[in-house]
Design a protein. Structure first.
Length: 137
């Protein structure tokens, strides 16, 4: 059984904590970054199975990070789910053209996020607390 590697990139520590709690019952490794620049470095280094990406962040926003991700042959095909409070139609269109697999309104609803993630990676329930995934913030 392969344990999925998921990277969450969000400037909100509240959202990062919520995502940690959403994934706590599942066998996975969750890594986190607080802006697009750090997220892009982490993704290039670790090559995750899935990225959960905030649209609006300081330093490097999610859309700019996504554009750079798609230009890097090493990680260009990485699955991305975009999170945003901004649901403007032009935002949907822009991220869809960049190959975003899904777009979820912030704050993320746990069951909705898990259902969307399950379309892209296989999540298995955790069998014991000893196997809790490494979470890095």
């Amino acid at each position: 059984m392969s344990t999925p590697l998921i990277v969450s990139v969000d400037d909100s520590s509240l959202i990062r904590r919520a995502i940690t709690e959403i994934f706590r019952p599942f066998e996975c490794t969750l890594l986190q970054a607080e802006n697009g620049a750090l997220g892009l470095d982490l993704i290039r280094e670790r090559q995750p199975d899935l990225v959960i990406l905030d649209c609006d962040m300081p330093v490097m926003g999610g859309i700019e990070m996504l554009e750079r991700l798609r230009q890097d042959p090493l990680v260009a095909r990485t699955h991305v789910i975009m999170l945003s409070a901004n649901v403007a139609p032009q935002t949907f269109g822009r991220v869809a053209r960049l190959g975003v697999r899904d777009f979820i309104r912030k704050p993320p609803d746990g069951p909705v996020l898990l259902a969307r993630v399950a379309r892209l990676v296989t999540l298995h329930p955790r069998t014991s607390a000893e196997h809790e995934p490494g979470t890095h913030d």
